[in-house]
Ligand binder design. Structure first.
Ligand code: AMP
Length: 230
């Protein structure tokens, strides 16, 4: 059977993950559910990874694509950041567990010399570069700040440095990237962590296999906390 013929009625389970931090932070949760990924996405070029359970496979996709794969049932479940889910909209997804992994915050940042507070107080129209246009629009609308949003797909930190924008909205973890580029965080929009997302049809049709995994994830993530990023 190829991945293209996978249907929600197949007994196997497909998990969508992105490489890097989410993949690494999800491994212990999978272990808690008795699932070991037997290939390393950092060294393998394969996009479908095997596990110790022949009925469970892992798709390696871009972080922003995880909700889409799960929404359309190409994956039964996945792990995605709140930042990504807010942009996607969450349609067709059941989000049963905040896994408290890949913690960071979404913030507004500007050039170190830019007086953001005064610009906002004076009602200036700000140019804001971000890949999180939905979240940024909602944030500035709720503050009554007029913005022109510029959609970027990466390296938002560059935009204020070269005059493309007055500000950026981006995810910040240690703040090291902002500091290295002489940017300062002027406003935290929200705390971010990653969530387990499950295809709603798969949850009904494969509940017997999915439910124990959801419960194991829930138990294993219960002790975790995002406190350090707040
Ligand atoms: P830092 O320098 O530790 O503040 O990390 C900031 C950079 O890493 C930004 O370019 C972010 O896009 C990226 N980043 C950090 N944490 C996360 C996360 N949990 N999810 C997605 N991207 C992140």
């Amino acid at each position: 059977m190829t991945i293209a013929t996978q249907s929600p009625t197949e007994p196997g389970l497909i998990l969508a993950l992105s490489k890097g931090r989410i993949f690494e932070d999800t491994l212990p949760l999978l272990e808690a559910a008795g699932i070991t990924v037997t290939e390393n996405p950092e060294t393998s070029r394969k996009l479908i990874l095997a596990t110790n359970d022949p009925l469970v496979r892992v798709l390696i996709v871009r972080a922003t694509d995880v909700p889409t794969y799960v929404q359309y049932g190409a994956a039964d479940f996945g792990v995605a950041g709140k930042d990504v889910l807010l942009e996607h909209g969450g349609e067709g997804l059941y989000q049963p567990v905040d896994l408290n992994i890949a913690c960071c915050r979404m913030s507004v940042a500007v050039n170190a010399g830019f007086d953001y507070e005064t610009a906002v107080r004076q009602g200036a129209r700000l140019r804001v570069a971000t890949k999180f246009v939905h979240t940024a629009r909602e944030h500035f609308a709720s503050k009554g700040v007029h913005v022109d949003l510029i959609k970027l797909y990466g390296s938002m930190e560059l935009a204020p440095l070269v005059g493309l924008s007055d500000a950026i909205v981006d995810v910040v973890s240690t703040g090291g990237t902002l500091r290295a580029n002489n940017l300062v965080e002027v406003e935290k929009i929200m705390d971010i962590s990653s969530r387990l997302v499950v295809n709603q049809a798969a949850l009904k049709l494969k509940r017997e296999r999915l439910q124990p995994i959801i419960e194991a994830f829930e138990r294993a993530s219960r002790g975790a906390s995002c406190i350090n990023t707040k």
